[in-house]
Design a protein around this ligand. Structure first.
Ligand SMILES: Cc1cc2nc3c(=O)[nH]c(=O)nc-3n(C[C@H](O)[C@H](O)[C@H](O)COP(=O)(O)O)c2cc1C
Length: 324
């Protein structure tokens, strides 16, 4: 059975799997590995470090990757979009904010615009604004997101946007998730958590090891880590991370954290650099239950695709055998 969908045809992929543009995690090596494996790898432009962006796009040159931006952060340095477009990405991916000012620039460059949304209203607005592909992101997702669950959000977005391909995101890390997403009407999936602990991911080795031992039971959506990092995230988005000692210390006392911000920020930055996961969080979503080993990104792509095909084959066999 082939996983040929509206998405694979639109983007020229062999499998309907996108890797998320994870800030600080999805550099050129990860994105290139996913694209070479037949999916679409997205570099995470994150909070807008120019030098980093140019270097990572160059690492992935010729692999056919896309570039993602946090839209409200892109507004602080819109030239980053020019830098990306000049390097002929396979797609531009925008999430979290009004992408109105950027849609026509992607269209003029002939680059498809993928918009990630968290609500049905957001999906409709994104299509009116010129997005060619919609990612419907459920709250199970690692990193920033909204409140709606993937299971109900995806079919509602599919119904709302007509012919526009919809990609499901949030809580999908194996073939069962991909098969389920296609059954909900999605044309593919976007995965972040599944790629967090890959060899090519830029996450610290301690963070990868902690992720492999973790359960989705221990992820939390919160504002504590953005407060200490000084990232001014607008409403309504909050980050999902694993809970840790720092989270437990401050979650009920954000005012105390504000009062001690300078000292705590330095401790946080030191922890991030040294891989101290008791302070700097592991940023993964509920699907971390499904990730058991550090693998190459290509192996993750092929595992998800092959096991989705097996799901469809087993449903076919069982439905033939079912009485009546
Ligand atoms: C470590 C990490 C960092 C992320 N950073 C970003 C980001 O910078 N921009 C963005 O649009 N989404 C980001 N996301 C969210 C992803 O785009 C995606 O919606 C999510 O990973 C999908 O859910 P999953 O983690 O269950 O696969 C991030 C996710 C993770 C796990």
């Amino acid at each position: 059975m082939s996983l040929d969908t509206q998405l694979t045809r639109r983007l020229g992929l062999r499998v309907p799997i996108l890797s998320a543009p994870m800030a600080g995690v999805a550099g050129g090596a990860l994105a290139a590995a996913v694209s070479r494996a037949g999916g679409l790898g997205l570099i995470g432009g994150g909070y807008g470090d120019r030098e980093w962006l140019v270097r990572e796009i160059d690492i992935a040159a010729d692999a056919g990757v896309g570039v993602g931006f946090i839209t409200w952060a892109l507004a602080r340095d819109p030239d980053l979009l020019t830098i990306a477009l000049e390097r002929r990405p396979r797609a531009i991916f925008l999430s979290f904010g009004d992408f109105g000012p950027y849609a026509s620039r992607a269209a003029d460059a002939g680059v498809p615009l993928i918009a990630q949304v968290q609500t049905v209203a957001g999906a409709k607005a994104a299509v009116s604004g010129g997005a060619e592909i919609i990612v419907a992101q459920g709250t199970e997702a690692g990193g920033h997101g909204g409140e709606r669950g993937t299971m109900a959000l995806v079919p509602a977005v599919v119904d709302a946007v007509g012919d526009v391909p919809v990609v499901a995101a949030g809580g999908i890390a194996d073939g069962r998730g991909l098969a389920a997403a296609l059954m909900l009407g999605a044309a593919g999936v976007l995965c972040g958590t599944a790629f967090y602990a890959t060899r090519e991911s830029l996450a610290h080795d301690n963070a990868k090891g902690t992720a492999l031992r973790a359960s989705g039971d221990h992820t939390v959506r919160n504002r504590i880590f953005d407060l200490v990092r000084g990232y001014d995230w607008p409403e309504p988005w909050m980050i999902r991370t694993l809970e840790n000692r720092f989270y437990r210390r401050w979650v009920c006392d954000p005012e105390g954290l504000r009062r001690d911000l300078r000292r705590q920020r330095q401790a946080y930055l030191d922890a991030q650099a040294s891989g101290d996961v008791d302070t700097a969080p592991v940023i993964v979503g509920e699907a971390i239950d499904l990730v058991h080993q550090v693998q190459r990104a290509a192996a993750v792509v092929s595992r998800i695709a092959k096991s989705a095909e097996a799901c469809f084959n087993s449903v076919r066999v069982n439905s033939v055998q079912a009485p009546g």
